[in-house]
Write a protein that binds this ligand. Structure first.
Ligand code: SF4
Length: 475
């Protein structure tokens, strides 16, 4: 089955033509369907459609076929059911983060899309909505015959309407020409908020915002919504990270409202690492949404004042919404299509995975600038360090989506003081990033390494303290 699936992607161009031919036949077949009745026609058609699609595409019968927009690679074969582009965990050889026995479905989809149109980046695929579980097992051919459009949603219109004076400090910094600095803090394995506040205190006045991770790496910690609210209550501008791994759309929308009610002003929408990477590999992963559909829903809540269901909110949240990007793993430069989708879906700031390879970033930024995406969302590049070459090599081998070039590992491995050399390399990367057109800031990360991260920010001479206007902290 897997071999036939790959064959279909290799022949995406021919299969796409067949699909277009079939779509043109639809008006001819429509009277037959009307005569039979929609239900009876579907009952006749569905077994044929199921058998053909299972053979050709490993079809999972989601009932909302998007093969014509994904180079004939069925996104339902992705373990995270990503419908709008690859996750950030694709392995360097193009295999899947979750199941390394198979190629990433979206690496395949990118190749299939290139076969359909060589200039595929000039024709970005439509934003695909989250799966409607009610359609599982239904025929999509019947809907094509009946003249219904392919599933695609319209992006939210317009920019944020909030007055400049009411914007949070992080959004104000992003809207200025300042080079912004954010830092990642992991919530503790503790019911005591002091453990979190002690971590955050190291960055007082040094950063424009503190990201609060949401079960990073699939590991359980204090919830990110609670940790973000605690930081906000103590005067820190927090970015509440929301992953799609653990909650469905009902729970996530409830959490967004709750976070806004508690004063959180910034959210970062992510798909999330798979549960197999964390300390509860036996857990059921949810992935009801992917990051793009989450962004779209969050923007709908803010801009249109409604839930994904269309039900009106009494008081909409007012949030600065961001997303992630990873230019350092396959399909590399082609990932700009996924970035563009995130921006169209509503992201106004982007934070990337660790950048240890400036050339890969520059390749990506060329495409970003060509499409003017850096003017539509602030690009904040991830940076960081670890205590030794051994720790860095372990991270490169075991943390999905992290790429560390061999020369950097060798450089740190040769140093007498590896911790110091790692810090030096990080500061060099930060300075180089500050000179790249379109890079609006850095996002400093390092697991339980807060003291070194604070030193790096200070020694880089960046951030609010260096600019002379640290954000006010009101404990
Ligand atoms: S690497 Fe990510 S996007 Fe690709 S198939 Fe695996 S889970 Fe899906």
């Amino acid at each position: 089955m897997y071999t036939v699936r790959l064959w279909s992607v290799r022949h995406a161009r021919g299969l796409r033509r067949l699909y277009v031919f079939f779509s043109r036949l639809a008006p001819v077949l429509a009277p037959v369907v009307r005569w039979l009745g929609s239900r009876r026609a579907e009952a006749l058609l569905q077994p044929v459609e199921r058998a053909a699609k299972r053979l050709m595409f490993d079809c999972r019968e989601c009932g909302q076929c998007v093969l014509s927009a994904t180079g004939m690679a069925c996104p339902m074969n992705c373990p995270k059911e990503m419908r709008n582009g690859p996750c950030g965990g694709v392995r360097a050889d193009g295999t899947c983060e979750v199941d390394p026995r198979m190629r990433c479905v979206w690496v395949e989809a990118t190749e299939g899309t290139k076969r359909v149109a060589a200039d595929h980046l000039a024709h970005p695929t439509p934003l695909l909505p989250a799966i409607d579980a009610r359609n599982a097992g239904r025929s999509t051919w019947i809907r094509v015959i009946e003249g219904h459009p392919e599933p695609a949603f319209q992006p939210p219109v317009g920019e944020r309407r909030t007055a400049q004076s009411k914007l949070g400090p992080f959004e104000q910094a992003c809207r200025s020409s300042d080079f912004v600095v954010t830092v990642e803090v992991g919530p503790p394995d503790s019911a005591d908020p002091q453990a979190l506040l002690q971590r955050a205190a190291r960055f007082q006045g040094l950063v424009d915002a503190i990201n609060v991770t949401d079960g990073a790496g699939g590991n359980c910690h204090m919830s990110s919504v609670a940790a973000s609210a605690i930081l906000v209550a103590h005067g820190y501008p927090a970015v509440y990270q929301i992953t799609c791994r653990d909650r469905n759309r009902i729970a996530i929308q409830g959490d967004i409202l709750g976070a806004a009610a508690l004063g959180v002003q910034n959210i970062l929408c992510l798909t999330g690492d798979d549960v197999s990477q964390g300390d509860h590999p036996q857990a059921k992963a949810v992935f009801d949404l992917d990051a793009v559909s989450l962004l779209h829903i969050a923007r709908g809540m803010c801009d249109q004042g409604q839930f994904a269901s269309g039900r009106k909110l009494e008081t909409p949240p007012d949030l600065f919404i961001g997303a992630t990007a990873n230019p350092f793993v396959p399909p590399y430069r082609d990932r700009v299509a996924n970035l563009e989708k995130k921006i169209v879906a509503g992201a106004r700031f982007i934070q990337t995975q660790f950048c240890f390879d400036l050339q890969l970033l520059e390749d990506f930024m060329q495409e970003v600038r060509r499409r003017d995406l850096h003017r539509q969302a602030k690009l904040i590049v991830g940076v960081g360090t670890l205590g030794s070459a051994k720790a860095l090599a372990w991270m490169a081998a075991h943390v999905p989506g992290v790429h560390v070039p061999a020369p950097l590992l060798e450089r740190i491995g040769r140093a007498g003081d590896q911790r110091l050399e790692g810090k030096r390399a990080c500061i060099e990367i930060i300075r180089a990033l500050a000179a790249i057109e379109g890079v609006a800031g850095v996002h400093v990360m390092g697991h339980r390494n807060e003291d070194v991260l604070a030193e790096i920010i200070r020694e880089s001479g960046l951030g609010p303290a260096a600019r002379g206007h640290p954000p006010a902290i009101q404990p």
